[in-house]
Design a binder for this molecule. Structure first.
Ligand code: PHE
Length: 344
């Protein structure tokens, strides 16, 4: 009998040591203590024992039973704890993993330059006027003193839809539209896209951007133009920058000038960027031709005005030292991402 009890004790111990889950503990319990369990069978067989043996064996069986129950309890608590730990480890949300970086864009250098130009002029009291890119010949050329077959049209060849509809070659038609619809005083800038039938190279593109300006009032002189453009150049490039006017020709202004600004790279001393001259050409300007005023319904004996046209790509490339205009249009992120703090 004692042997049988030892055998049961050892086999239960071995099974418990090998048990891997709480379900197998229950199987072990049933196999020993269940209705058909080994220990239960021993207890049932007690009737066959002599009255003297019975209490001794009964005691031993009960002792083993208590011991096994203790083991079962401990083992199942141990396994339940382990399973809980495993579950917790598997379900943990690891908030220490770095998040997905949000790709931040940055402003295009052309837009940044245009915004700056607009803010300088609106600061001087100009307002922004806009007009269509598909324009009538009348506004783009005729009202600006460029009648059909005028030779100066050659310098601004463009894309025609038909004889009278074209892609505007400058934003000056917005000025003509404004003069026709508003009474002086007029003080506007006209930013926007313009088009010319030009071959693409480092300084030319069939699509580019301008910001033109127009001021009309009584007593406006070339001195006002010079003062306005000097202020603009200083605001854009910094102290010590001024402008230089060289005589030029535009059919819509008289007199006309090509306007240079002090080279910001060498402050006028002369360097590679300004080809040793100390000056860089950035715009065309002049006093509005009286013919234009008259054609646009403004009395030239009462009013005078000035106009100017700035090439945004040129100003941008000078500002950021970009050698080729095509870089501004190619949308290569390796180029564009250099202009912002954010990553593109
Ligand atoms: N419209 C001219 C151009 O595009 C620029 C300009 C504007 C020149 C106003 C003088 C006055 O070339």
């Amino acid at each position: 009998m004692q042997e049988k009890l030892n055998e049961i004790r050892q086999s239960v111990r071995a099974k418990l040591d090998a048990a891997a889950g709480s379900a197998s503990i229950e199987d072990i319990r049933v196999s020993v203590l269940g209705r058909k369990g080994e220990l239960t069978a021993l207890l049932k067989g007690m009737g066959k024992l002599s009255p003297e043996e019975r209490p001794i064996v009964g005691q031993k069986v009960n002792a083993l039973r208590a011991e096994i129950e203790g083991w079962l309890e401990r083992k199942s608590a141990e396994l339940a704890e382990k399973e809980k730990e495993q579950r917790l480890a598997a379900e943990t949300l690891d908030i220490s993993i770095p998040g997905e970086a949000v790709a931040m864009g940055n402003e295009h250098p052309l837009s940044a330059t245009l915004e700056k130009i607009i803010s300088i002029f609106t600061g001087m009291g100009f307002s922004v006027a806009e007009g269509p890119e598909v324009e009538l010949d009348k506004y783009n050329f005729e009202l600006l003193n460029l009648p059909k077959n005028h030779p100066a049209r050659d310098a601004q060849d463009t894309f025609y839809f038909n004889e009278n509809i074209l892609l505007r070659t400058h934003t000056s038609p917005v000025q003509a539209r404004t003069m026709l619809s508003q009474k002086p005083p007029i003080r506007i800038i006209c930013p926007g896209r313009v088009y010319r039938a030009d071959e693409v190279d480092a300084t030319h593109s069939p699509v580019f951007s301008q910001c033109e300006g127009l001021v009309i009032d009584e007593g406006i002189t070339m001195g006002d133009l010079k003062g306005t453009l000097d202020t603009f150049a200083r605001e854009l490039y910094g102290e010590g920058i001024s402008t230089r006017f060289r005589p030029s020709f535009f059919p819509f202004t008289e007199p006309s000038a090509e306007v240079d600004v002090t080279c910001a790279a060498c402050k006028g001393k002369g360097c590679r960027i300004c080809k040793g001259t100390g000056w860089i050409e950035i715009l065309g300007a002049g006093m509005v031709n009286p013919n234009v005023l008259e054609m646009c319904g403004i009395d030239p004996t009462k009013y005078t005005g000035f106009a100017f046209g700035i090439g945004i790509e040129r100003v941008t490339n000078l500002k950021y030292n970009v050698p080729d205009m095509r870089l501004l249009f190619e949308n290569d992120l390796r180029f564009l991402s250099q202009f912002g703090k954010g990553r593109v």
